[in-house]
Unconditional design. Structure first.
Length: 439
């Protein structure tokens, strides 16, 4: 696992952790100038030889090796000495290794922006003297605690874990005045999403809760954030923290000062590249043909969920419904929807009945912008569509149109051609488009 013996000035930057299949750090550091940047998915016995003997200039470290990174360094910053964990290692000119924790700075940046933009005040005004519940007690939790307890914020931090003085049982009864929840556990991280470490009933009971943050950044909307949305509580997952901590790490790697104004555009670029475009609408609305054309325009993979079901089951949606019944088909549809909805950077065309199961909304919304193709009922065909044939287009529309509109982030009035619909969808789903809604 050791890199070639090259001069320190030419050695790469990178990320150490396990597993790393979901990481976006390489793309971020390329934008920041700390490149080449490689991912090093190491087993526990490989970490020390790589850190001490590998030819690298700067490393980020993620779970589960942040404590080990601090222990392996020759020198630890005051922040690392206090917390006992490091996410950044820098090899200096004399070959010694310095450990720093830029997670603290990254979370502080995200928290300050969240309070300013979503709560309309500073973090100090929102949280000073008030309870912040931090879910989890690992390395990320240490960084979040430090940022919240900083005098510039002044929150009263309560760490919640499965074992310890503060557990999840009875949490709302003990801390009904909590103003903020921060999830630092990996629960809900891709691919096991959209799970949440917190029962949704807790959000009901925390009447003073002002916001929910999650350090997990993939999916875009984690399980705890989806629950917060349902309760009308402002929330944000951890992509801003990821980019901000990378910026502060990159400053150390390169020995230069970087403008933190870079964080927002890098964050927006990543969202634009990774957010799924999800097409919903009545049977026969043209979701498949529009989706194929849109995927070509965007240079993305296209997934038709009915076709994916056919591939998995060896039978079409029509055959499953006729042979096993609608309920059996809907169960398969939900499983396949969850598989593709958790991924990133896709164009997804859904079957017309996907909205009949409420749980499908979270599966699609967690990583997607949902687009309703709104075609006049008179233009819809029921050929090869058993539900349309059995109930009639008008009856299906009466049952589903309200759901389609409730789920949609964007309503696209069909133009009369798949190419035209795709062009309009591309405009409406661009985050920088004046036509697109702000989500």
């Amino acid at each position: 696992m050791l890199l070639p013996d090259v001069p320190a000035a030419d050695a790469p930057f990178g990320l150490v952790g396990h597993p790393l299949g979901h990481s976006w750090s390489r793309e971020i550091h390329e934008r920041l100038g700390s490149a080449p940047y490689e991912l090093h998915d190491l087993e526990p016995d490989e970490v020390a030889p790589f850190v001490r003997g590998g030819s690298w200039r700067g490393l980020n470290v993620t779970i589960p090796y942040k404590r080990q990174a601090a222990e392996l360094a020759d020198e630890r910053s005051p922040r690392v000495e206090r917390l006992g964990v490091a996410n950044t290692l820098v090899r200096r000119e004399d070959g010694s290794v310095l450990a720093e924790n830029t997670d603290v700075l990254g979370f502080a940046w995200m928290l300050a922006r969240f309070c300013r933009q979503r709560l309309g005040c500073s973090a100090h005004e929102a949280l000073c003297g008030r309870t912040a519940l931090v879910l989890g007690s690992g390395g990320a939790s240490q960084a979040v605690q430090a940022a919240l307890e900083d005098p510039e914020v002044g929150a009263r931090v309560v760490v919640v874990s499965r074992r310890g003085p503060e557990t999840y049982d009875g949490l709302a009864e003990r801390h009904p005045d909590a103003a903020l929840i921060v999830n630092t556990t990996p629960v809900g991280m891709y691919p096991a999403c959209p799970a949440s470490p917190l029962d949704e009933e807790v959000l009901d009971a925390l009447t003073g809760l002002r916001g929910v943050l999650d350090v997990v950044y993939n999916p875009e909307r984690t399980g705890v954030c989806l629950a917060a949305e349902r309760h009308g509580i402002v929330c944000e997952s951890g992509l801003a923290m990821l980019v901000a901590q990378a910026l502060y790490s990159s400053e150390l790697f390169q020995g230069v000062e970087l403008d933190d104004a870079l964080v927002a555009p890098i964050e927006a670029e990543l969202y634009a590249r990774t957010e799924n475009v999800v097409l919903i609408g009545m049977p026969g609305a043209g979701k498949t043909s529009c989706g194929r054309a849109l995927a070509r325009l965007m240079g993305r993979p296209f997934v038709d969920l009915d076709e994916a079901i056919h591939l998995e089951c060896g039978r079409s949606a029509e055959e499953i419904i006729r042979q096993d019944g609608e309920d059996a088909f809907r169960a398969v549809e939900t499983r396949v929807t969850g598989s593709y909805g958790a991924r990133s950077g896709l164009v997804i065309a859904c079957g017309g009945g996907v909205v009949t199961r409420p749980e499908n909304y979270d599966l699609l919304h967690q990583n997607g912008r949902i687009v309703l193709l709104d075609r006049p009922l008179s233009e819809l065909s029921d050929e090869g569509r058993p539900m349309s044939q059995a109930r009639g287009v008008e009856q299906l529309a009466a049952e589903r149109m309200g759901l389609y509109r409730a789920w949609a982030d964007v309503v696209l009035p069909c133009t009369g051609s798949a190419a035209g619909d795709a062009e309009l969808a591309l405009q409406l789903t661009r985050r920088d488009s004046p036509l697109a809604p702000s989500l």
